[in-house]
Design a protein around this ligand. Sequence first.
Ligand SMILES: Cc1cc2nc3c(=O)[nH]c(=O)nc-3n(C[C@H](O)[C@H](O)[C@H](O)COP(=O)(O)OP(=O)(O)OC[C@H]3O[C@@H](n4cnc5c(N)ncnc54)[C@H](O)[C@@H]3O)c2cc1C
Length: 396
Amino acid sequence: MGMAPEFPVTATGYESVLSAVIERSVGPQAVEIDRTGAFPREAVQALGEAGLLGLLSARNVGGGGESLEAAAHVIETVGNRCASTATVMLMHYAAVAVIEAHGPQDVRRLIARGDHLSSLAFSEVGSGSHFWAPIGTAKAGPEDGPEDTVQLDARKSWVTSAGHADSYVWSSQPLAGQEKAASAMTLWLVPSKAAGLRVAAKFDGVGLRGSASSPVSGVNVVVPADARLGDDGAGWDIAMATALPTLLVLNAALSLGIMEALVAEAGAHLARSRLQHLDQALTEQPISRAAFARLRIRTDSVRAFLRDTLEALATGRDDAALRVLEVKAIAAEAASEVADGAMQLCGGAAFRKELGIERLFRDALAARVIAPTTEALHDFVGRTCLGLPLFDAPGA
Ligand SMILES: Cc1cc2nc3c(=O)[nH]c(=O)nc-3n(C[C@H](O)[C@H](O)[C@H](O)COP(=O)(O)OP(=O)(O)OC[C@H]3O[C@@H](n4cnc5c(N)ncnc54)[C@H](O)[C@@H]3O)c2cc1C
C-alpha cells in the first residue's frame, strides 16, 4: 500500500479526491478486473494514497474522522464503477470499525495513513452464513510456543482480499470454557502473513470477481494474547456495535451504486436504440418506459431507505437498530430485481458484454448471500419486531 503523507480528506473535500481516483484508477480497470479476476491492487493503493482507506479512522490517529454517511457515499460511488473494488473497501471499513474500537494504536495509525488494508474473516466452512457460531478455536499458550500467546485454528470459507489484506479481523470460539451461548465468539487481529495461514483456493466467482473472496485455512496460527479485540466471548456484542452496522449499511450503499449503474445503462440503451420500421426510439414505447420506470422507482426507494437509516443512526433514533437490520435486506433484494429487470428490458444487447449490464447483473447477485443473508435478516427483523431475542437460548 502507498502512504498518504498527510490526510488529504476534509469533511467537505473527499468527494473531489474520490472522483479523481475513480476516473484515474477505479473506473478504467473495472472491465479487465471482471474479465481476469485480478485483485484491484492499483485502485486500492490509489484509494489508500488519497486517504480513503483511513476515512473512518479517528483524527487523533491521523484519519479522516468521517461518518458512516461519508463511507456510504464512497462505497456507492466506487461501486457504481467497480463493484469488486467497492467490496474490498467495504470489508476493510467493517474491519476498521472493530479495530478503531478495540485495536492497537500502531495498526490504527497505519490504516489512517492508507498503509494497511484489513478484512473480515468471520464465515466458516462448518457454520456457513451463521457466522455468529464459529467452529474455529482459540487455545491459550500452545505448549511449544512462547508464553502469552494464543493458537488459532479454523477453516474460514470466505475472506475478501484474502492474501492481499495486511490483517484479518478473525472470529473464533471463546478461549475460556465458559457456558456457550448461541452467539459466543471472540475476535482477534491476525496478520495475514502469520505462519499457518493459507489461502486455500483462488476465487473464481460469478460476480465481484476481483474481490479475492477466497477460503482461508488457519492451522496452529500463533498470535500474541493481546491480539484479542475486546473481551473473550464478547465478539458478537462487539460485532453488533461496530462491524455489522458498517457492513450492513455499506453493503446497501454498494447495491445502490450497482443499481444506479444499471438504470443509467438501461436508459442510455433505450435512448439510442431505434425501431426503424416504426421510426421510433425505444423510449417512445410505453411498455419499455414502464419497465424502465419500475427500475428507477425501486432504486429511488432504496436511496430513500438508506438515507433514513443513516439519519436514524446519526441522530440516535429509537428505530436505528431496526433500520440497520432492514437496510441490507431491502437493498440486496432490490439489486437482484433491478439487475434482472435491466437484463429483460435491454434484451439481447444486455446478454452480450458490450453494454456492461451482464457484469452489473452478476455483481448485483452477491449482496443477498453475503452474511447476514436476506433470510437471516428477515428472521432478525421479525424477532426484533415481535419482541424476541435475535437468538434462542441454547437448548430452547
Ligand atoms: C463475494 C463474497 C464476499 C464475501 N466476503 C466475506 C468476507 O470478507 N468475510 C466473511 O466472513 N464472509 C464473507 N463472505 C461470506 C458470506 O458472508 C456468507 O457467509 C456466505 O456467502 C454464505 O455462504 P454459504 O453457502 O456457506 O451459506 P449457507 O449458510 O449454506 O447459506 C446458503 C443459503 O441458505 C440460506 N440459509 C442458511 N440458513 C438458513 C436458515 N436457517 N433458514 C433459511 N435460510 C437459510 C442462506 O440465507 C443462504 O441463502 C463473502 C461472500 C461472498 C459471496
